[in-house]
Design a protein around this ligand. Structure first.
Ligand code: FES
Length: 109
């Protein structure tokens, strides 16, 4: 498998049992938005955005994992969230603190 400089995994997991699931919270749309902003902001590194199953942090969704760092973003809701991740993290190597899993507030659980 080819190694990418930036490899994003966007949870698209869906459930019908009432438990939280990122796919029901616009996970699929996030993939297109990430691709759009990565191109728009001319990220030079090799990159890939993959669909992912459950990342195990469903209560914080929608969730996105960034590798190779293994950074998890949670509650990624809007185009502005995605654009901030692309510019700050992917382009300038500065993680977006307010969306990091370790900084997630209890309200998002
Ligand atoms: S459903 Fe997305 S992390 Fe579990």
């Amino acid at each position: 498998m080819k190694k990418y400089d930036i490899h994003l995994f966007v949870c698209l997991n869906e459930r019908d049992d009432g438990r939280p699931a990122c796919g029901k919270k616009h996970g699929e749309k996030l993939i297109d938005i990430f691709k759009e902003f990565i191109k728009k902001h001319n990220i030079k590194a090799s990159w890939r955005v993959n669909k992912a199953g459950c990342l195990g942090i469903c209560n914080y969704g929608p969730t996105v994992a960034v590798y190779p760092e293994g950074v998890f973003y949670v509650n990624v809701q809007t185009e502005s969230d995605v654009e901030e991740i692309v510019i700050s993290h992917l382009k300038n190597n500065q993680p977006v603190n307010r969306l990091l899993l370790e900084n997630a507030s209890i309200e998002n659980k």
